[in-house]
Design a protein. Structure first.
Length: 278
């Protein structure tokens, strides 16, 4: 439930921020609400199509062996989570700048109102599609349907409320701090998913265990207890992990964290232009 809440909150917040930027930049433009609303509806419709497509793939591939299939879903979610964090770390500010530019061009009449619907629908489609794929990965990790539904609903409400509060100026938390915290949580979620995927492949005899278990902390904190389950979702806690699972966990942390640091420190064309202008 907590993993679902964090992921849905992050994705909904990003979509809400894009929508808020566009609305703020087009304040006073007649009919903007209808076009933005149409863009949101189109993005949600596209996300529904992605969900149906993903379900079809899941049903088709289910015969390959449940352990291998679950591992493939988890690894897909890990790749998507890592790519998302790396991409947002490099292009987040650039994206916000582009949204403001589109809103300004619409408000001055340089672009039609259709541009509003387009940028909003693409933002909602991107975030909605990522939510679908991430939730398939969480489901493969064993989360119950009702737990995921509850976490998703809370994440949707919290993300929408935070986006609205930021747009109205009611929330003064710097965006960069908010995204730094959620990015860290998502990296830990991805590492935990990678360790779970390795566990499924161990069950299928596709990987060596490298000592099973590597340690046993079940007497101190069982991963079946409430706190253990929370830590399992948030940071991938396992009271009896195999050595291979720990290796996958650490490798995922190093890979995603390293890519975020390396790519995030590469200057974008916009930052180069700003530096040249100073």
């Amino acid at each position: 439930m907590i993993g679902t809440l964090v992921i849905v909150f992050r994705e909904v917040l990003e979509a809400a921020l894009v929508i808020g930027i566009v609305l703020a930049a087009t304040r006073g433009v007649t009919g903007r609400g209808w076009w933005v609303g149409g863009g949101i509806a189109a993005g949600l419709f596209g996300s529904t199509l992605v969900a149906a497509f993903a379900r079809g793939i899941a049903e088709t591939a289910a015969g390959m062996g449940q352990e291998v299939f679950n591992a493939s879903l988890l690894f897909t979610a890990v790749v998507m989570l890592g790519w998302h964090n790396v991409w947002m770390g490099r292009h987040g500010r650039e994206l916000a700048h582009q949204m403001k530019a589109v809103g300004h061009r619409v408000s001055t009449g340089e672009q039609p109102l259709l541009a509003l619907a387009t940028v909003v629908s693409l933002a909602v489609l991107r975030e909605g599609s990522e939510v679908v794929l991430f939730l398939y990965g969480i489901a493969a990790g064993g989360d119950a349907a009702m737990s995921m539904l509850g976490g998703g609903a809370l994440g949707l409400l919290a993300g929408g409320a935070a986006g609205l509060a930021l747009y109205l100026g009611l929330l003064r938390i710097p965006i960069r701090h908010l995204f730094t915290v959620t990015s860290g949580l998502i990296v830990l979620l991805a590492a935990g998913m990678a360790a779970q995927a390795a566990g499924f492949l161990l069950q299928a005899d596709w990987l060596p265990a490298w000592r099973q278990p590597l340690w046993d902390t079940s007497a101190i904190l069982s991963d079946r207890s409430l706190l253990g389950q929370i830590l399992h979702v948030l940071v991938g806690y396992n009271d009896r992990p195999a050595g291979m699972q720990v290796a996958f966990y650490l490798a995922t942390l190093l890979l995603i964290g390293g890519l975020m640091w390396i790519i995030g420190n590469v200057p974008t064309p916009q930052s180069k232009q700003a530096a040249a202008a100073v």
